[in-house]
Design a protein around this ligand. Structure first.
Ligand SMILES: [Fe+2]
Length: 146
């Protein structure tokens, strides 16, 4: 469980700064809306960092919570440093959220099989938040039927 949580801690830390990278660099017609959205997503993922790290240490592990450690253990692909356009950031963040969501579902199963109800519950809560974030991001691309 500690190793599983270590991987998700690294991923949460990575996503925390992917959302800030988008928040700081985005430009485009809907600037204010996405600039604020990316910061809200950042705040949510930052809470997940804390929750995951503290579950990990409660289990007797040692949290690897530095940016350098996170870069070695994250489940996400490197975020491009040259993105500017709001659509590019929305699509790239959607990819990260979808990827982590899928890994969280696997993590929930692993925690369940290990009989660790509290870790299962934590990963389920994180998964719910990440799926909500994915919905906010992807809704920019979904056409409305009229
Ligand atoms: Fe800011």
């Amino acid at each position: 469980m500690v190793q599983l949580l270590q991987t998700h801690l690294a991923t949460a830390l990575d996503l925390t700064y992917q959302t800030k990278q988008a928040h700081w660099n985005v430009k485009g017609l809907n600037f204010i809306a996405v600039h604020k959205l990316f910061d809200e997503l950042h705040e949510t993922t930052e809470e997940f960092v804390d929750d995951i790290a503290e579950r990990l240490t409660a289990l007797g592990g040692q949290a690897h919570g530095t940016v350098q450690a996170a870069s070695e253990n994250t489940l996400l692909d490197p975020y491009p440093l040259d993105l500017i356009d709001s659509e590019a950031h929305l699509r790239r963040l959607s990819d990260s959220y979808a990827k982590w969501s899928a890994k969280l579902m696997k993590g929930i199963d692993e925690a369940s099989e290990a009989g660790d109800d509290l870790t299962e519950d934590l990963l389920t809560e994180v998964g719910r938040g990440i799926d909500e974030g994915l919905y906010f991001l992807e809704s920019h691309f979904q056409a409305v039927e009229t």
